[in-house]
Design a protein around this ligand. Sequence first.
Ligand code: ADP
Ligand code: ASP
Ligand code: MG
Length: 419
Amino acid sequence: MSLIVQKYGGTSMGSPERIREVAKRVARFHGEGHQLVVVVSAMSGETNRLLGLAKALNAEPDPRELDVIASTGEQVSIGLLAIALQSLGLKAKSYTGAQVRILTDDAYSKARILAIDDANIRKDLAEGCIVVVAGFQGVDEQGNITTLGRGGSDTTGVALAAALKADECQIYTDVDGVYTTDPRVEPDARRLKTVTFEEMLEMASLGSKVLQIRSVEFAGKYKVKLRVLSSFTPVDSTDEGTLITFEEDENMEQAIISGIAFNRDEAKITITGVPDKPGIAFSILGPVADANIDVDVIIQNASVEGLTDFSFTVHRNEFKRTMEVLETKVKPVIGAKAIVGDDKIAKVSLVGIGMRTHAGIASKMFGALAQERINIQMISTSEIKTSVVIDEKYMELAVRVLHRAFELDKEPVQETLKP
Ligand code: ADP
Ligand code: ASP
Ligand code: MG
């Protein structure tokens, strides 16, 4: 008998029919003798609808109340799934995040899980009950409802699996695993049987929303066996989806590049005619950091006649605020010529642990983009990724061109070590 945590996303829970299918799949695993904790998201579109209602009343709603509203989508889902399971003759009980006591910090809309009280869940499991837990939500020390950020039900699932020392955490979604890139953008994307934890972490942080980045962090920290599968296969399917692995040599099909991630969530800001002297980067980014704004890609040009240009990217939601900080707190102090913003950019990234040992990946990437006349505005690299910032309108083309150039649609050729 294993303890399995299953998480079902919004599309998987999208209608009474879909919820019935989820219940049947849960029933199948329960019937095979496993203990089940099931984490669910709000029905598809529901979280957006709820946030929209709040914003119809106030463009900048109070964050505490926003979380009170946003969390209700998941509360509906847990009740519905518990009822569907009971209709199949099974014992099932639902819990909100606060009822479990998923304790978080008080950072509304992006709270972090601090502790999970698993006493009630364990008691129910021991009595043969299926436990249904609301994803995406928790409660802070003061009893305020918090939410974990968009896609946060993944994190609830993995965190519960870690707390319960579950044998496996299964993330059921509307695709049957992790692909070389989003199959909705590149129909030739190939499903990966396995992907290393490090690569998954990069893919998630660079925009692949199939797993929320914090769920991958939890899996890494607590060594949770994590798998991504489809809830749209027949309930008796034995398909194994994609397994996130922790050891490189477990990965039988290791390619140099395992995937392409992309996002449209950033905006670029350039400050021109900045006097090139020590401390200038700090004078620009210090006030930005003080305003609690995260900066991603940064470029400082070589200076001409003592003046340089300085560019960086921030989250698109923070674009306006960053421009204000620069206009009011930076420009008057450093005496720059102009501040130019562009929120029509996209970041496209190649990810692969093989980059550590193979040269020439970046140049091949730039060559492929050049052939399509896609202009690269910024470049950023780390050990296992290379990212480029380009005009948003070329994003999908860039993804497809790179997918082809690196032959990601084909199974990687095995590198065999000859004796
Ligand atoms: P859920 O509601 O189940 O949490 P999400 O929409 O959050 O589902 O995540 C699943 C989606 O992630 C897929 O429909 C797919 O479009 C997208 N996606 C992005 N990158 C990838 C990738 N590399 N592999 C698989 N899916 C991806
Ligand atoms: N319902 C939340 C969202 O739409 C959480 C989730 O689905 O994971 O972001
Ligand atoms: Mg999701």
